[in-house]
Design a protein around this ligand. Structure first.
Ligand code: FES
Ligand code: FES
Length: 152
């Protein structure tokens, strides 16, 4: 049995040790906000936080969690998450929406680290999040809006 925490709830998974965390999140726990895109850590659709840091859940076996604390899009909270969510709505960022939970997770992680991100900071932080609808301009603008809102 593999023990870890997802969104403040203890999980005791009986899945094989090499099962990707994404499978447990979606199939076992029913948290479908986290998406499967490429399955090879290239698109960012499956981004979650492990102990507060973003990672690609499609490529992390549950055996590597080490009792860690996982947060999914369903449970992100705090000022950065609220500012990002408000900015996303105001800018009408999503098109098809498929990539968006991953985009939001990466944006929140960025704003927790960098209070006033430059275009380059945004490009570096969001580089691994692919959007097939090419909403990149709105994503960048929304991150800047969120940063300004957090400044007060
Ligand atoms: S599904 Fe994990 S990075 Fe694409
Ligand atoms: S909004 Fe469609 S893939 Fe990003």
């Amino acid at each position: 049995m593999i023990n870890f925490v997802v969104n403040d709830k203890e999980v005791h998974s009986e899945q094989p040790a090499d099962t990707p965390l994404l499978w447990v999140i979606r199939e076992e726990l029913g948290l479908t906000g986290t998406k499967f895109g490429c399955g090879i850590a290239q698109c960012g659709a499956c981004t979650v936080f492990l102990d507060g840091r973003p990672l690609r859940s499609c490529s992390l076996p549950v055996s590597a969690l080490g009792g860690g604390d996982v947060t999914t899009i369903e449970a992100i909270a705090g000022p950065e998450a609220e500012a990002v969510q408000r900015a996303w709505v105001a800018r009408d960022v999503p098109q098809c929406g498929y990539c968006q939970s991953g985009q939001v997770m990466s944006a929140v992680a960025l704003l927790r680290e960098v209070k006033k991100p430059s275009d380059r900071d945004i490009d570096l932080a969001m580089n691994g999040n692919i959007c097939r609808c090419a909403a990149y301009i709105r994503i960048r603008a929304a991150i800047k809006d969120a940063a300004r809102a957090l400044e007060g």
